[in-house]
Design a binder for this molecule. Structure first.
Ligand code: 6PG
Length: 227
């Protein structure tokens, strides 16, 4: 398992810019990119669309999604459309999770769609409890060898989720975490400066053969041991 390159940006905007540059470069190379939900990556998506308006060579996947209609404000598909793909001149192939299906069926369909796909870049968020995608602390999904599984509802009690699993994420050529804010500082410490543990799922997501980057703002990095 590779180590993590920690990048402490000047501030949250600088962190977003660095991620946007990575996304834009990956999109113009034309690989399979997995994107995360959450509020943190929105500025990075918008800037990536400005930097590279032609994503027609790329395939975009969702690392996870909630099983809500595509226009629901909790939908990661909606997030990615609004902040990224709707802003592009050249649209990528956007691989949505079938959120109208029961969770097990939606997961099986996404698993099948992902067969043979090696992600060139997996963008990851980090929850305050150490989750990433919809891989929650000590969840059975962490043990799965499937490419995508139904996830526990997690922080949204009534909303089922589907998530990519560790085998797919760790096979990515590049794993990039984007984490900002003091409320994430302890999770950052556990994910990037402690031994890997299922109690902190993000600590298990590392590119097996490529590189893993954690792009942080100073607040998120504030509890990391100084080097
Ligand atoms: C989602 C993702 C989740 C997210 C983190 C961080 O919410 O769709 O599943 O893993 O990336 O919870 O979210 P914030 O960026 O909103 O803090």
């Amino acid at each position: 398992m590779s180590t993590v390159e920690l990048v402490v940006a000047q501030d949250a905007a600088d962190a977003a810019r660095r991620v946007a540059e990575l996304l834009a470069a990956a999109a113009s190379r034309g690989g399979d990119l997995a994107l995360s939900g959450g509020s943190t990556p929105r500025p990075a998506y918008e800037l990536a669309a400005e930097l590279e308006p032609d994503w027609s060579a790329a395939d975009v996947w969702l690392g996870d999604d909630r099983l809500v209609p595509p226009d629901d404000e909790r939908s990661n598909l909606r997030l990615v459309r609004e902040h990224l793909t709707d802003r592009l001149r050249g649209a990528p192939r956007l691989h949505a999770i079938e959120t109208s299906l029961p969770a097990e069926d939606a997961a099986a369909a996404y698993d099948a769609a992902l067969e043979g796909v090696v992600l060139s870049l997996a963008l990851q968020g980090l929850g305050g409890d150490g989750h990433t995608a919809s891989l929650f602390p000590n969840a059975p999904a962490l043990e799965s060898t499937a490419r995508a599984v139904a996830a526990e509802p997690g922080l949204d009690p009534r909303v089922d989720r589907v998530t990519m699993t560790l085998p797919v994420l760790c096979a990515a050529e590049e794993v990039v975490f984007l984490v900002t804010g003091a409320d994430k500082a302890d999770a950052v410490r556990r994910a990037f400066a402690e031994p890997p543990s299922p109690a902190t799922p993000a600590s298990l997501v590392r590119s097996r053969d490529g590189r893993t980057l954690a792009i942080l703002d100073p607040a998120a990095a504030s509890l990391l041991p100084s080097t």
